[in-house]
Design a protein around this ligand. Structure first.
Ligand SMILES: [Zn+2]
Length: 238
């Protein structure tokens, strides 16, 4: 682990050197051209802002496709230092790298249907923070989520969970919370998707002492967001 941490600590300089050699590095204060190597965000707030800026480019249809140069790819073969960890849904329409216009080595991503935090996912997210230095953890839900739809159908008795129970059971508290709003139909699904993200965000520090300590120390920000498929926009919750 020590060797890995040393390698991680040396990486910013290495990436900087790599970036300086690349012809398409954005000069300070100028708009970054497509294919730029962007400097790593310095704080959790900067990291969250980077995700939001990337999403704005995705929404506008003007992605930079940053951090995808051959030089950077080669530089990152021995180590990584992703600035953000993402717990997203497996849904084929919700790729975090696309939705937030990120590149190689930027995001440490766990994807599972319904963006639930199973123990292995929580441990993976802790690894991203503790070993790799990720400064923001984004739980990313989305509209039209099949896992949440199925959880509602199970709750309504329209279907049985069967082999999908490991996905739908953890979503039931969100369905119950959404139902308390009085919503039905599409509105209930909308509420349940948001509630599921909120509950996962709230639960993560409680299920991982390491994540809790990182938040307390100001090293990590945990946020939730919901991606609207039609616009591509990610709305942060709370
Ligand atoms: Zn989904």
């Amino acid at each position: 682990m020590l060797g890995k941490l040393l390698a991680v600590s040396m990486l910013p300089l290495a990436v900087e050197a790599c970036g300086n050699k690349a012809p398409n590095v954005a000069a300070p204060g100028t708009p970054a051209p497509t294919g730029s190597v962007l400097p790593r965000p310095a704080t959790p707030e900067d990291a969250l802002r980077r995700l939001q800026e990337g999403n704005q480019r995705f929404v506008a249809g003007t992605p930079l496709h940053p951090n995808q140069t051959v030089e950077l790819r080669q530089q990152l073969t021995g180590s990584q230092r992703p600035f953000a960890a993402v717990l997203g849904c497996s849904d084929s329409r919700t790729s975090p790298e696309l939705a937030m216009d990120a590149g190689i080595g930027d995001l440490f991503v766990c994807r599972v249907a319904g963006n639930i935090a199973a123990p292995a996912d929580t441990a993976s997210l802790l690894y991203a923070q503790a070993a790799l230095g990720s400064e923001v953890l984004l739980v990313l839900g989305h509209d039209d989520c099949g896992a949440v739809k199925t959880a509602i159908d199970v709750a309504d008795g329209k279907t049985s969970a069967g082999e999908f129970a490991p996905l739908t059971d953890p979503i039931q508290p969100a369905v119950a919370e959404a139902r308390r709003t009085g919503a039905t139909g599409a509105a209930l699904l909308h509420e349940a998707i948001a509630a599921n993200v909120r509950l996962v965000v709230a639960a993560l520090p409680g299920t991982s002492a390491g994540l809790s300590q990182a938040v307390q120390a100001g090293k990590l920000t945990i946020r939730g967001g919901v991606l609207t498929l039609s616009t591509g926009k990610i709305d942060l919750l709370g």
